[in-house]
Design a protein around this ligand. Structure first.
Ligand SMILES: [Zn+2]
Length: 308
């Protein structure tokens, strides 16, 4: 059910923050469905829901997906990056750069919006995007969650791996390194590796990833993005999993049988997005990633729990 007024949110066991009208439903649907099966009350709060010319059509898709997941949801009405600040009219700036006005925006608008939801919902758990693909709206949401004092005392905090961005090899490693994360336990897919193998998997991944092809059609822009990515990867190579930043522990959720077909239907509810995000092979992309984080699973997702 859609909660029309963010000021009238009731109590929930879990709140999932979704930057855009699709992120939670495509990134961590198995986790949501598992909580619903355990009779937990779940709210999905979508943050940047205004500005884009296709916002109304996307809200229609979102209603359908939320109904399939069996959750309540609310749209917080903040403007999407390109309509908040013309600086962000272009994919390269959206994923690789920041504008100085963002700091005030986070403090004065984003954190109060997130805090307002949590104060009313009083959840046991709050989920945020990890910003693996470094979309500015995702990065700001992660930053809001990690801002000292902003989420204190509210709930257990978990970060979900954003899809499809986490499917691009090395994207997660780069993000963990950027946050200088300390891992309580290190999954096999993040084991240290020589530069040559990190570089070649990233190079290969860039040619295979649907969203890179869809959003970076211009040759020059793509080259500039790739250069910046390789630079980030070099820095990430030095990260050993024992940084001085936040302590995190991975949690994998698997799905099988009827849950997988429900996930497929939920993701395909975003008919206007599916092609540019996953190409024509959603099943293949999700199965390949599941094989990396949970061998022998057809479908698996991962969250990162913030430890004290
Ligand atoms: Zn998004």
């Amino acid at each position: 059910m859609l909660v029309k007024d963010p000021d009238r949110i009731g109590a929930y066991d879990s709140v999932y923050f979704s930057p855009h009208l699709d992120d939670v439903a495509i990134s961590c649907p198995a986790r949501v469905l598992a909580e619903r099966r355990a009779r937990q009350k779940v709210l999905v709060a979508t943050i940047f829901t205004e500005g884009a010319p296709d916002a109304e059509a996307r809200k229609k898709e979102d209603r359908k997906a939320m109904a399939l997941l069996g959750v309540d949801h609310v749209w917080l009405g903040l403007p999407d990056a390109p309509w908040r600040n013309p600086f962000y009219r272009g994919f390269r700036r959206i994923v690789l750069e920041s504008h100085p006005d963002d700091r005030v925006f986070v403090e004065e608008r984003l954190v109060p919006a997130l805090g307002g939801v949590l104060a009313r919902a009083r959840p046991k758990r709050a989920y945020f995007p990890f910003a693996v693909g470094t979309h500015i709206d995702h990065r700001l949401t992660t930053a809001g969650a990690l801002l000292p004092g902003s989420m204190e005392g509210h709930a257990e905090v978990l970060f979900y791996e954003d899809r499809p961005y986490v499917f691009l090899s090395q994207n997660l490693r780069m993000r963990l390194a950027e946050l200088d994360a300390r891992l309580a336990s290190r999954p096999e897919d993040l084991a240290p590796a020589p530069w040559e193998s990190l570089e070649s998997t990233l190079r290969f991944g860039l040619t295979q990833t649907a969203y890179v092809r869809a959003f970076l059609k211009d040759e020059g822009e793509r080259r500039r993005c790739n250069e910046a990515l390789f630079h980030r990867l070099r820095a990430a190579q030095r990260w050993e999993g024992a940084g001085r930043g936040f302590r995190l522990n991975p949690e994998v959720v698997r799905a099988a049988g009827a849950a997988v077909s429900k996930i497929r239907r939920t993701v395909h509810a975003y008919a206007s997005q599916i092609e540019s995000l996953f190409g024509d092979d959603f099943d293949g992309a999700t199965a390949a990633y599941a094989g990396m984080i949970s061998p022998r699973s057809k479908y698996a997702e991962r969250c990162w729990r913030l430890l004290p």
